[in-house]
Design a protein around this ligand. Structure first.
Ligand SMILES: NC(=O)C1=CN([C@@H]2O[C@H](COP(=O)(O)OP(=O)(O)OC[C@H]3O[C@@H](n4cnc5c(N)ncnc54)[C@H](OP(=O)(O)O)[C@@H]3O)[C@@H](O)[C@H]2O)C=CC1
Ligand SMILES: O=C(O)[C@H](O)COP(=O)(O)O
Length: 277
């Protein structure tokens, strides 16, 4: 065990010739670790812009409940948090109204007061989140709940009519701020999801099982939940991100396999042990 700040001892450890494998959980730091390293095997569990697609036939109450819980629990600071909602135009008004009601019911305060929304991890994180919010504001997004901040405490913010030119459509806030993009066609939602370099998890809401399977196949992300928010799941589930969201797969079996080097010895006897030919 070596203790110390990752930014100070990390490079030494991850490039050390005696280190046989590197398993890392975090954000873009993981990408720079891979770039600095050599032939060491990597398991990378990195950032996510986990998309939630809500189809026109979805159970809107269920979708809204999962967006609120999936997006705002731990103040949005989960790699698997819902980080962008792609809502079919036909149901968007109803969905936004229901999510708004849920968001307005979240208590805001300190962890010791058991508040649902608590300060984000650092001032720099709060500043980054504010940058995404101000960019959306400048580009005329609709603030369904107002943005409010006191030091690192950010009130749960719901932003509608987000468009592809806004940073928050693509970047991971890692805070209690949810963008909603309205889509004319479900294919637009798939295209948005698959155009992001982050592809950890995603979810979709529909009552049509055939559509669910088609869409989950089409969404290029490590895990897709149907009719529930994204989640890592129990430890025996495989857990992996595509593109910049990761390398390899975690989970009990997958992690063990990744950390074991396969070595083969072939015994060549002086006489064949069975008749050949
Ligand atoms: N896919 C997954 O399983 C998960 C991914 N995440 C993602 O993590 C991100 C949020 O976490 P955040 O802490 O900001 O991520 P960072 O990538 O900024 O930091 C993660 C860790 O890396 C350490 N670190 C910094 N430099 C190095 C280095 N050169 N070598 C090795 N380690 C280093 C840091 O240590 P120190 O601070 O001490 O310098 C920190 O503990 C989000 O993108 C989130 O989605 C979060 C949870 C799970
Ligand atoms: O802990 C983790 O690796 C991730 O944050 C995912 O966990 P969760 O989906 O159970 O929050």
């Amino acid at each position: 065990m070596s203790a110390g700040k990752g930014s100070e001892i990390g490079d030494y450890l991850t490039t050390h010739p005696k280190v046989n494998c590197v398993s890392f959980t975090g954000g873009d730091t993981g990408i720079s670790i891979c770039k600095k390293g050599g032939m060491t095997p990597y398991q990378m569990e990195l950032g996510g812009k986990d998309a939630c697609i809500v189809c026109a036939d979805a159970d809107i109450d269920l979708a809204a409940k999962n967006i609120v819980k999936g997006g705002y629990s731990y103040s949005g600071q989960r790699c698997t948090a819902v980080k962008v909602v792609l809502a079919a135009e036909e149901i968007a008004d109803e969905l936004v109204a229901k999510v708004k009601k849920g968001v307005e019911g979240l208590s805001v305060g300190m962890p010791e007061d058991d508040a649902a929304i608590t300060p984000v991890i650092s001032e720099s994180s709060a500043n980054f989140i504010e940058g995404l919010v101000r960019d959306a504001e400048a580009k005329n997004a609709t603030f369904v709940t107002p943005y409010k901040r006191e030091k690192n405490l950010i009130w749960p913010t719901l932003i509608d009519n987000v468009t592809a030119d806004m940073r928050i459509a693509w970047e991971e806030p890692f805070g209690p701020v949810m963008p909603i993009i309205r889509v004319k066609k479900i294919q637009d939602a798939i295209d948005h999801c698959n155009s992001n370099n982050l592809a950890l998890q995603g979810c979709l809401f529909t009552k049509d099982i055939n559509l669910a399977i088609r869409l989950s196949d089409a969404m290029s992300s490590g895990t897709i939940q149907v009719n529930a928010a994204p989640a890592r799941g129990p430890d025996h589930f495989p857990f992996q991100g595509f593109r910049d969201s990761g390398i390899g797969s975690q989970g009990i079996q997958n992690s063990l396999e990744m950390m074991v080097k396969v070595k083969t010895t072939v015994l060549n006897l002086d006489q064949p042990s069975y008749t050949v030919g």
